[in-house]
Design a protein around this ligand. Sequence first.
Ligand SMILES: [Zn+2]
Length: 166
Amino acid sequence: MSAPTVYLTNAATVRAAARGSERSKRCVGPGEVWCIMVRPRHHYGEGGDGLVPALVPRVEDLDAIRLGVIDFGEYRRRYVVGVVADLSPGALMAQLWADPRDLGPVQDGATLICACSQTEAAAGRCHRVFAADLLATAGWRVVLDGTRWDEAVSAERRRRAREGGA
Ligand SMILES: [Zn+2]
């Protein structure tokens, strides 16, 4: 059996896919939509069905990057160090906004969203990119803004291993 797939994109893309945009549909899974943001604006659909607490950045780190106290390298480092939960399929948990005690595993085909544009994400200036790395390492097939990310991650790892061995 192949690994379950998780999609990562932004709320605007989920809305566009719902309106029928073919390009956006490739970025969104058939399953539930889960938020990984600190302060989702629910009226823009940023909240999705609920929250994946393990992948939400810390408020103080988010404020530090916004104020320019730290750079994106440091923000990424803090984010990766801060994610301590088991992210593997079956262990990664989501909770419904309607009832946060209703905790269940993120299912195959789910989509995780934040609000950053695809341009910001492509430039690596968004925590969903860091989350994509962590999820790929944890055993998910990962589609980041319509592109298979786990394959990119393992190719990069193979490249580094080759260079390390040379
Ligand atoms: Zn983001």
